[in-house]
Every structure is written in structure tokens, then in C-alpha cells.
Ligand binder design. Structure first.
Ligand code: NAP
Length: 538
């Protein structure tokens, strides 16, 4: 039975041929600001949503948008004037929202977005008046708390027979993405569906949603201009995730952790896949629960995982088999999903530490000092021992160091003994030196007695320990080298191809420099921004 099912009109079909897969959401406090931003992106991405609710008086701004569409005939525009009640900024009534959208439609916007809650309270004929302008209609529903019964929402929207049905829940976990995507797979032949999960856990739906049947997806004009939680910048979606090329054959990989938002693994591994023309995409998988992750792995399915804090130990119990070093270390950072769905574990952190060292020295019989006794230190200690090095451990908590020494056949060392003990290599496997970390170093300059220094910390690019090595003329290895090496080995395990290490290194360094610049700008600008916010609030 297809009675009452909205069938796309020929106008909708025409529109579907005209619009792209990515719609860039444009915000600004004035029409001029929005149009400047639109002009900056329209050549690359001519499908734009103007958030008119961000303007103080949206109606007054309409003539400027009319001019924009006259000047940019290839552009397709959505007008949205979302009310405060529905997560927008427009304080007017649903009728006032209709008035803005009618005027926008007459000014050249091709599509208008009306929130379901507004549509449901409009007076008879108000929505029809909007439709009589010939504009295409999206009826949308946003849930900023969870992913609930999506069929129920569909049933509420369906009677309005819009051209597009937009359903945007919030992913509280990874599995919520699966719920949304299965829903779209079922429904996309009945209607033009747009589906996205908001939130850090929802990134999967932003990248894989099109494949599940979403008519298009939304992106931010740039980082920091997101109109919904978890929204990705258009350039990242197109260049890093290659959203235009994601199809049914695209293999899915990801990095699972909590938190994971600022991980550089997606930029590094997506770059590697692109460089080696592997039809694969790599996603950040924000998850607090390993069971949530395991369900996603089988449902999507996901072909391989990078595992990071805090899941490296817990994942071990769910693997069919691991390599011998992972078993000794008790931690795994790489998972491969076999054809039969079984999961195999590897530890490429070891190769990320041992590989760079072996390029510079022979480890057999070398005397190494490892600072720390956590996950990274365990990879270093077992990896070094495996290559025949003589390992000493110094850790804040002595008992943890003693346990690791016992397990690995190493020794512990006291801080006081450092000055008179020369080492071939000193490895920092603590977070000391990391951006935002204020702890004092485990090893002081006067005690540094090494031929080579390896700081596993990779953000900032130049840590205090690396600076010290540079000042004292001691050769050093940075944490970026480990990061790239462990990622390169993951790429090889998953694809069987050699990893494009130079390209991976280049993008990671570039991203770290950008992060450092952004942090420096924030520090300078923040006091002013805070003052401005306070003024606005008062
Ligand atoms: P972890 O398991 O939490 O272990 C942290 C270790 O650092 C523990 O031994 C801890 O000592 C010690 N520590 C923490 N805070 C300290 C402080 N304020 N003063 C002295 N010691 C302190 O973490 P992890 O996974 O081993 O990672 C450690 C660091 O390695 C990370 O911060 C990261 O920068 C780096 N890393 C880099 C890569 C890469 O690819 N380059 C990969 C993994 C890790 P206690 O036992 O006393 O708590």
C-alpha cells in the first residue's frame, strides 16, 4: 500500500538533480557576513543553507539574499528560520517563521525548512501559502537528547507530504547510528529522507548516511561554525572523508576511544587510503562501552579498528587471537576483522617505538631507560626486551614499575641513581610535556645522561624534553614518528599494501601546527570574546 505516501514531484526530481550531496550551513549575525561566507564556498559547494534565524531581523535581510541568488544562478539555497523552542535562534511565532520563509521563497530560495513542531501548530492554509510559492519543502525534526522511535517521527511528518523529510536525532552511542541508517535504508525509496545523528558519537552517520539513503547531508562552512553538535566542516567531509566517493563497496575503518574528537588518526589514515587509492574510509568512533563498539563492528561492518584509551586492555577479552607481544603486554591497539566476522588483535605501538630506534641503533644489549609504566611504557619495555635490550624503569608509582619489571625481566631504577647511570636511550612514556600538562619532569636536565632521547608525547611537536635534547646536542626522536609508524603498520595490516609514510607524516605535522596556531589565537582572543559574551548576556 502506498496510499498517502509522498511521491516526489517532478520539481523535486529536478531539484534532486541540481543539489549536491553536501549542503553547507551558513551562519552570521548580518546578511552581509553570511553572503561573504557563502561567496567563499559557493564555487566549490553550491548547495547552501542560510540560517536566517541567526539574524536579528531576517525579513529585512531578504533583498540581499535575492541579489545573491541573482548573482549565483548555479547556487541552490535552503532557507531555515528555526525557532528557539526547536534549537534555533528565532524568537518569533510559527506564523512569523512562515512569513520569513514565504518572503525567502519569493526572493529565490529553492527550498525552505520548516520544523515539524511549527508545521503541527500552523493555522490551516499557512503552510499551503508557502507551498503556493513553488518552493520545495523540508519538514524536519531535531531531537537534541537521544535517538528514539524514528518511525513515529516519520508518521508525524508524512501527512504534510513534504519534498524532503529530515530526521535528526542525537547519537548517545555508536549503535544509534545503526538505528538511523537502518531506518533510512528501509524508507529512502518511499520518500526523500535526510538523516543525521548529532553529537560526537554521530560522525558515522554524517559520513555513511548518504550510502544508507540520505538525500544529502549538512556540513559547517568551517571549523567553529557548526550549526549542530558534531557537525563536520565541509572541506573535511569532502577532502578527508571523501564523502563523494563513499559507496556500497567502501570499506569502513575507525579509531575507537573516549574522548576521540581531537584524534589525528582520521586525518592520517584517510590520507593514506586516498594516496594509495584504497576504497576505504576511517572514522572517529566515540565510545564509552566496548559492547557498543563490538555491535557496530558487526553491523556496519567495520573491517579494522585502531584502539586507543581507555579500551586497549578491555578489547583483549573480545578477540579471537592476538599476536604474542599483545598477549604479553596485555594491550592491543589494532584490530582486524576477518571475513567470518572474527576479530584479531595486534600491537603496533611496539613497532612504533622499536622501529624508529632500530633505524638509529642496535637494540641488542643496549641500555634503555623507560619513564612511566602505563600502556605506552609496557609497549616500549616488552618491545625493547624482545630485541635484547637491558631495560630500566622509572615511574611515579614504584609498585607499578616493579610489577612491570618483574613481568618483563627488566629492572627498576631510583631517581637518585640517574645522574651516574649512562643510557643508550631514554624514552619518555608519561604524559609529561603534553600540551596542557603542567607536571614537573620525572628526569631533570642535570640527570640526563643519554646518547638518544625518544619522547613518545607528540603534541606539541617540540616538547620540553625534545627542547632539552636539542639544547644539549643529544639526538632525539619525536612522538610524531611513533604516531606515524604505529599508524603505518595498522594500514599495512588492514590493506596488505606498504603505507605512504611520508605523506602520513606530512599531514600529521600540518595538523599539529594548525592546532598550535588555533590554540595560540584562542589564547590571545579569548579575553575579548568572553567580554563580548558577557555584554550580550547582560
Ligand atoms: P597511561 O597508561 O595512563 O600511563 C601513564 C604513565 O605516566 C603512568 O606510568 C603514570 O604513572 C605516568 N604519569 C602520569 N602522569 C604523571 C605525572 N604527572 N607525573 C609523573 N608520572 C605521571 O598512558 P599511556 O597510554 O602509557 O600514554 C602515556 C603517554 O604516551 C601519552 O600521554 C602520550 O603522550 C604518549 N603516547 C604516544 C603515542 C604515540 O603514538 N606517539 C602512543 C601512545 C601514547 P603512575 O603509574 O604513577 O600513574
Amino acid at each position: 500500500m502506498r496510499a498517502n505516501v509522498p511521491t516526489p514531484t517532478s520539481a523535486t526530481q529536478l531539484l534532486r538533480n541540481r543539489i549536491g550531496k553536501v549542503c553547507v550551513a551558513i551562519i552570521g549575525t548580518t546578511a552581509a557576513e553570511m553572503i561573504d561566507k557563502a561567496n567563499a564556498v559557493v564555487k566549490e559547494t553550491p548547495f547552501l543553507e542560510f540560517r536566517l534565524d541567526y539574524l536579528e531581523k531576517p525579513v529585512n535581510a531578504i533583498p540581499k539574499f535575492k541579489q545573491f541568488f541573482a548573482d549565483n544562478t548555479a547556487a541552490t539555497g535552503i532557507a531555515t528560520c528555526r525557532r528557539e523552542e526547536n534549537g534555533g535562534k528565532f524568537s518569533g511565532s510559527p506564523s512569523a517563521e512562515m512569513d520569513v520563509l514565504c518572503k525567502a521563497a519569493l526572493a529565490g530560495f529553492h527550498i525552505v525548512d520548516v520544523e515539524l513542531e511549527s508545521a503541527e501548530v500552523l493555522k490551516k492554509g499557512e503552510l499551503q501559502k508557502l507551498r503556493d510559492t513553488g518552493v520545495a519543502l523540508i519538514i524536519s525534526h531535531h531531537d537534541f537528547t537521544a535517538t528514539k522511535d524514528l518511525d513515529k517521527i516519520y508518521e508525524r511528518i508524512e501527512p504534510f507530504q513534504p519534498d524532503f523529510i529530515k530526521i535528526v536525532p542525537t547519537a548517545k552511542n555508536l549503535t544509534d547510528n545503526v538505528t538511523l541508517m537502518r531506518f533510512m535504508e528501509r524508507m529512502h525509496e518511499r520518500a526523500n529522507i535526510i538523516g543525521i545523528c548529532m553529537g560526537d558519537a554521530g560522525i558515522i552517520s554524517r559520513v555513511l548516511g548518504l550510502r544508507a539513503g540520505s538525500a544529502f547531508t549538512f556540513a559547517a562552512a568551517s571549523q567553529g561554525e557548526e550549526t549542530g553538535p558534531g557537525q563536520i566542516a565541509a572541506r573535511t567531509l569532502i577532502e578527508t572523508y571523501r564523502i563523494d566517493q563513499v559507496d556500497a563497496a567502501t570499506k569502513v575503518y575507525g579509531v575507537a576511544g573516549n574522548p576521540i574528537k581531537s584524534s589525528l588518526s582520521p586525518i592520517m589514515l584517510n590520507t593514506a587510503f586516498r594516496r594509495e587509492t584504497v576504497n576505504a574510509v576511517y572514522l572517529a568512533l566515540q565510545t564509552a562501552k566496548i559492547t557498543d563498539l563490538l555491535k557496530l563492528v558487526q553491523e556496519i561492518p567495520i573491517q579494522g579498528l585502531s584502539i586507543t584509551m581507555p579500551h586497549k586492555q578491555e578489547i583483549m577479552a573480545h578477540l579471537e587471537k592476538t599476536d604474542p607481544l599483545s598477549a604479553k603486554i596485555g594491550a592491543c591497539n589494532t584490530v582486524l576483522r576477518a571475513q567470518d566476522g572474527k576479530l584479531y588483535g595486534f600491537n603496533t605501538d611496539v613497532a612504533g617505538i622499536v622501529g624508529p630506534l632500530q633505524k638509529r641503533m642496535s637494540l641488542h644489549g643496549a641500555k634503555a631507560l623507560v619513564l612511566g609504566a602505563g600502556g605506552a611504557a609496557r609497549a616500549a619495555v616488552f618491545g625493547l626486551r624482545d630485541k635484547g635490550a637491558d631495560v630500566f624503569i622509572l615511574n611515579r608509582t614504584i609498585e607499578t614499575a616493579q610489577k612491570l619489571a618483574r613481568q618483563s625481566g627488566s629492572k627498576t631504577i631510583k631517581k637518585e641513581a640517574l645522574a651516574k647511570t649512562p643510557f643508550d636511550v631514554v624514552i619518555n612514556a608519561t604524559p609529561i610535556g603534553m600540551a596542557g600538562q603542567k607536571a614537573s619532569p620525572l628526569i631533570e636536565a642535570k640527570d640526563l645522561n643519554a646518547k638518544l632521547i625518544f619522547d613518545l608525547v607528540y603534541n606539541p611537536l617540540e616538547t620540553p624534553l625534545i627542547r632539552l635534547a636539542r639544547q644539549q646536542g643529544i639526538p632525539f626522536i619525536t612522538g610524531v614518528e611513533m604516531f606515524v609508524q604505529q599508524g603505518a603498520r595498522q594500514f599495512e595490516i588492514w590493506t596488505g599494501k606498504p603505507a605512504p609514510e611520508e605523506e602520513m607524516l606530512r599531514v600529521v605535522i600540518h595538523a599539529l601546527r594548525q592546532q598550535a596556531e588555533a590554540a595560540a589565537t584562542e589564547t590571545v582572543v579569548e579575553p575579548k570574546a568572553t567580554t563580548a559574551k558577557r555584554k550580550k548576556a547582560s
